[in-house]
Design a protein around this ligand. Structure first.
Ligand code: UDP
Ligand code: MG
Length: 174
């Protein structure tokens, strides 16, 4: 028979299981144009506690942008959002780590930079709610869909120094 003590002692073990996840993050076109990409990637590198598995610079097509933001199709800002997201290159990335989806959302800060906490990426780099510097997946299902959408090639391997890689990508793209 299992003793109550033994049963109780298992509970913390069950609840302390943390999940290795992947998330899709992107420096948005306006921040990319302002040359904030390397600064944003440096914050991810220093504060996220996760590994970068993929990174590329590309201008999203209309089709990609509409699929990426499909959940917002009925919102009044949808048209402006798609125009913004297709207006120039983004730096799309896949990061992996324990609970990385929630951790990245925390490090990004609130959607509206006026409400973003000190120390967050949006506090440092966003200009307004529509020009808020960074995108990050908001749940595991969205993360999976967004990674498939932006990285259909799916060739992932750890990038040792993401900020240096970002610098090289930007130099190569100009
Ligand atoms: N957005 C906007 N006006 C709003 C709400 C959102 O322009 O009133 C834009 C903003 O760029 C935001 C994106 O739409 O990042 C997606 O909105 P969401 O609520 O998913 O915010 P996020 O997940 O990016 O924090
Ligand atoms: Mg969102």
């Amino acid at each position: 028979m299992i003793s109550p003590f033994c049963v109780r002692s298992r509970i913390p073990m069950i609840y302390s299981v943390s999940m290795t996840q992947k998330t899709f993050l992107a420096v948005k076109p306006e921040a990319f144009k302002r040359n904030d990409t390397v600064g944003i990637v440096k914050m991810l590198e220093e504060k996220l506690g996760a590994k970068c598995l993929a990174m590329k610079a590309y201008t999203p097509s209309q089709e990609l942008a509409e699929a990426h933001y499909a959940v917002h199709r009925e919102r009044p800002f949808f048209g402006e959002l798609i125009t913004s997201f297709t207006s120039g290159p983004i730096l799309g990335m896949v990061w992996e780590g324990e609970n990385v989806i929630e951790k990245a959302r925390e490090l990004m800060g609130a959607t509206n930079p006026e409400q973003a906490a000190e120390g967050t990426i949006r506090k440092a780099f966003a200009k307004s709610i529509s020009d808020n510097a960074i995108h990050g997946s908001d749940a595991s299902e969205t993360a999976e869909n967004e990674i498939k959408l932006h990285f259909p090639e799916a060739n992932f391997s750890v990038i040792a120094k993401p900020s240096a890689e970002a610098e090289n990508l930007i130099k190569a793209s100009v």
